[in-house]
Design a binder for this molecule. Structure first.
Ligand code: ACM
Length: 519
């Protein structure tokens, strides 16, 4: 059966159910819509609603959140779930029980047969995330829909959308239109550390209506979109649009054309805070997610330490010095979000001045930041760069295209254990795990798919499945079969046997021995 991610239990029985052309669904309209949306295109079945239909969906409050029971036998297909997500995940499993061609967007006439089986399934972790950086490279809206389809196939339930960077701002603001007019564009891109810019303007942004459609589409698939707009660092684009928010407006700013960590940060004045809260107000109106990511990583303090205005500001706010301005800022935002029923998520630097109560820590520098945060009683998403940064090289072959550095093979990704080093008493502080696609060197979706899969197949199983008895040998056999599904969908995944230049979808430039991670 080669299901991926591996369900909790799978019990095959003798016999085969053949889906008839007039297969009907006996379910609530909402549940029928979920099954139909996922199953109808590739099977060509209309799946009308009818009492006594051979596909049944029943609500079962005794099942865990997102869990499901799926039984295929001579009477048809029976799904039971406690919630809509459970119905989604059951239907994703059902799609994997059919031949790979049934995943295609239109039917190709393959036989629609499923061996009798009973599956009991539930996720190990509540946060099964994938982050896409659309700041370094803008991805057209239809690409995001496509990306979500694939994430849902792997039972990811969080899409962390990283919407702002030094190199580009992607969120339309009604109040601050220069963000989309100026900050969303850069004049060119320096594709490698040691090369000049390519002379080609790059940019784009999503309108609020487009993002509302994305949120709605994701919700239909069981996915929550967690938005991130980032302050006080990684803001060069913002400063290009509104220089008065910087520490040295007189020097002028430009949206970054190269990659790295920049000293230019928000000036933290009351006026800057007003702009920030206005922008989050617009963001909350578009994204209903209970979690809102505020960034918080890689914010140098040199401009504040050098700046008498920042020193005066720190004093007025009762802080020990200007290097505490970021902590002050994050606490303000945490409380502001909490008043609006949202919870702040930030990269692990938010705890550099001590555990930030009431916030979710996204541990990225390494797992130890997650261990420390969990020991302090904070909720944590384990996203450590050595295992979950899929901008790292997927293999060490000289034919790999240029990437930011590092090496995470599919086996490395599969070997990640999010609870490693976490004391048993703190296990429930680990909300889950998330993989990251930083796009400095991923100019398009084709490249994103190459870097995401099959490492994302491995990570999705780390996030969803029970780890007992896990083995790379068993997984890699199952992965081979799963890759036939990605073939049917035309996904530009990296072959486990190694890359071909034409498959990589990136800049076309090969890896360099001096490549290293810079941000
Ligand atoms: C990060 O990779 N700077 C969160």
């Amino acid at each position: 059966m080669n299901l991926l991610p591996q369900p909790l239990s799978v019990t095959p029985h003798a016999g085969t159910f053949t889906l008839p052309p007039d297969l009907a669904i006996d379910a609530s309209p909402a549940h029928a819509a979920i099954v139909r949306r996922l199953l109808a295109p590739g099977t060509g079945l209309a799946l009308p609603a009818a009492a006594g239909g051979a596909v049944t969906v029943t609500s079962d409050a005794t099942l865990p959140a997102e869990g499901y029971r799926l039984v295929v036998d001579s009477s048809g297909i029976a799904i039971a779930a406690a919630d809509d997500r459970g119905v989604n995940w059951a239907t994703q499993t059902l799609r994997q029980l059919l031949p790979p061609s049934a995943l295609r967007p239109a039917p190709t006439g393959a036989p629609l047969e499923i061996g009798y089986v009973t599956i009991e399934d539930q996720p190990r972790f509540a946060w099964r995330g994938v982050m896409l950086d659309v700041g370094r490279h803008f991805m057209p809206l239809p690409d995001l829909f496509h990306f979500l389809d694939l994430a849902a196939l792997h039972k990811y339930n969080i899409f962390h959308l990283h919407l702002s960077e030094d190199q580009g701002w992607r969120f339309e603001s009604v109040k601050y239109p220069r963000l989309q007019e100026v900050a969303s564009w850069r004049t060119e891109t320096r594709k490698h550390l040691d090369e000049h810019g390519d002379g080609t303007p790059h940019g784009g942004f999503y309108t609020q209506d487009q993002l509302r459609a994305l949120v709605s589409y994701a919700a239909q698939l069981g996915i929550t979109v967690v938005p991130e707009i980032e302050f006080p660092g990684h803001v060069l684009g913002v400063l290009a649009a509104y220089p008065e928010l910087g520490n040295h407006p007189e020097t002028g700013y430009a949206t970054a054309t190269s990659f790295g960590i920049f000293n230019e940060v928000l000036n933290m004045s009351d006026d800057a805070m007003t702009v920030v809260l206005d922008l989050y107000t617009e963001l909350l109106d578009v994204f209903p997610s209970p979690y809102v990511h505020v960034g918080g990583d890689e914010c140098p303090r040199v401009e504040w330490l050098d700046n008498p205005a920042a020193q005066a500001l720190a004093e007025r706010r009762g802080l020990p010095g200007p290097d505490h301005l970021q902590r002050w800022f994050t606490e303000q935002l945490r409380d502001w979000l909490a008043e609006r029923g949202r919870q702040l998520v930030g990269w692990d630097e938010i705890n550099d001045e001590g555990p930030l109560e009431g916030a979710v820590t996204m541990a990225w520098r390494d797992a130890s930041y997650g261990v420390t945060a969990a020991e302090a009683g904070l909720d944590v998403v384990m996203s450590p760069s050595p295992h979950t940064y899929f901008d790292y090289y997927p293999g060490s072959e000289p034919t790999e295209q240029y990437a930011i550095g590092g090496l995470i093979t599919t086996e490395t990704a599969y070997g990640f254990e999010p609870l490693d080093g976490i004391p048993a008493a703190q296990h429930d502080r680990i909300l889950g795990t998330q993989c990251q696609l930083w796009t400095e060197y991923m100019p398009n979706l084709r490249r994103v798919e190459y870097m995401m899969y099959p490492r994302g197949c491995a990570h999705s199983e780390v996030a969803w499945s029970n780890p007992e008895g896990r083995s790379w040998a068993e997984f890699s056999g199952r992965l081979d079969a799963h890759l036939a599904r990605l073939d049917a969908l035309g996904v530009n995944y990296r072959p486990e046997s190694g890359p071909h230049p034409w498959q990589q979808g990136g800049t076309g430039t090969l890896r360099r021995p001096d490549a290293h991670r810079i941000a």
